[in-house]
Design a binder for this molecule. Structure first.
Ligand code: CP3
Length: 348
């Protein structure tokens, strides 16, 4: 890795080292909030677009160009590695991943297998091209964590309460652990393809883990996410872990092996830093709902979050969850500029 990339604000913060300003990027920064995204996606399904390096590169770069964010996130999805092995999954617009044959028994697991690099030449090609075009801006690779991906496979699609998934854990722990272990392997293989092609950090999304009690998380989920982080420890890339509504789980998610822990808006970052032991960088945590609250509100919120983030050895500014499709790109642009300039002044 070139030294200017290694010393980029994002990678410095992710390693808990001081940098020129607090880095900022947004989960779902690529996507429907951008008119240029809607234009290039026309006529192509989400999962088809993930298999076309020309589109993946263009869509990943769009928010970097427009906002000057401190990191790019690879344009893909948490179900892309399953789709790549022939698993029956689609992404329905406005809904999310929908699975043709939900997992009900051990035999159903046969359809779930990790990718080999030969399954996903378009991922390797897209990452390599992105890394060369991004220069000193880091590329974040990502995967879905075993619980969040399992919830789609067991429920058959998005779910609010994850009732079937929770029932399966408790009623058939053997099947649950076999499924989660397989999905850990799916995430590991997919992350390694991205890292070996040049991604300089990874994020493991356990978006829906916040629906679990700490007790169930520790017993049914943490060992499988820990397997993913452990497998990636062989690479010199910061590992970020994130979920929504995970205030009660932050310590356990950190202990799973993350280097950086993301929090949503429900927990102030100084408190989040304390819950993960005070020694790791944090990521977050502006409430996406406030994107519509007007600049005065946003500016005060950003300044508060920057201050609270100082309680951790590193802070990567982000929203508490993804950019909503109706977000105004001009507002996001202003947030990026404000985070970068206000945090530079504060440390100068
Ligand atoms: O900018 C980025 O963050 C990069 C790309 C990215 C996408 N999905 C693209 C996408 C990432 C990191 C994801 C991860 C993902 N996918 C997660 C974890 C992150 C999170 O938001 O918690 C989850 C739970 C999924 C599953 C999924 N895929 C959902 C819930 C949806 C939304 C469905 C909808 O239409 O509202 C998708 C589709 C999806 N993934 C889109 C994008 C840009 C929208 C597809 C479109 O444009 O039609």
């Amino acid at each position: 890795m070139p030294s200017t990339l290694a010393r980029s604000p994002f990678l410095l913060a992710a390693r808990g080292e001081p940098g020129p300003h607090t880095p900022v990027w947004f989960m779902r920064q690529a996507g429907r909030s951008l008119p240029e995204y809607r234009a290039v996606r026309e006529g192509t399904t989400m999962l088809e677009s993930c298999m076309r390096p020309d589109l993946v590169v263009e869509i990943t770069l769009q928010p970097v160009r427009r906002y000057g964010v401190d990191a790019a996130i690879f344009y893909s999805d948490i179900v892309t590695p399953l789709k790549a092995t022939g698993f029956g999954v689609e992404i329905k617009p406005g809904i999310g991943p929908v699975v043709a044959e939900p997992i009900r028994d051990l035999a159903g697991l046969d359809a779930v297998r990790p990718v080999t690099p030969a399954d996903v030449p378009y991922i390797t090609e897209s990452v390599q091209e992105l890394v060369s075009q991004l220069g000193d801006t880091p590329l974040i690779g990502f995967a879905g964590a075993p619980f969040t991906v399992a919830s789609y496979l067991v429920e058959g699609g998005p779910s609010k309460d994850h009732a079937k998934t929770k029932a399966l854990m408790h009623s058939d722990p053997k099947l649950w652990h076999a499924l989660a272990d397989r999905l850990a392997d799916v995430a590991i293989a997919y992350l390694i393809v991205q890292v070996e092609a040049g991604a300089s950090a990874i994020q493991l999304f356990d978006s829906w883990a916040g629906g679990l009690s700490p007790r169930d998380y520790e017993r049914f989920v943490q060992p499988h996410s820990a397997k993913v982080f452990e497998a990636l420890s062989a690479y010199d890339v910061p590992r970020i872990h994130f979920g929504v509504n995970t205030g009660e789980l932050l310590g356990l998610m950190s202990a799973a092996g993350a280097d950086v822990v993301g929090a949503d808006w429900r927990v102030p970052l100084d408190e989040a830093a304390r819950r993960i032991g005070g020694k790791k960088p944090v990521q977050g945590n502006l409430d996406p709902a406030l994107l519509h609250a007007g600049w005065d509100v946003l500016e005060a919120e950003i300044d508060r979050i920057l201050l609270e983030g100082q309680a951790a050895p590193g802070h990567i500014f982000n929203l508490g969850h993804g950019v909503p499709p109706d977000a105004d790109p001009e507002v996001l642009n202003r947030i990026v500029k404000h985070v970068q300039t206000a945090s530079a002044r504060a440390t100068a």
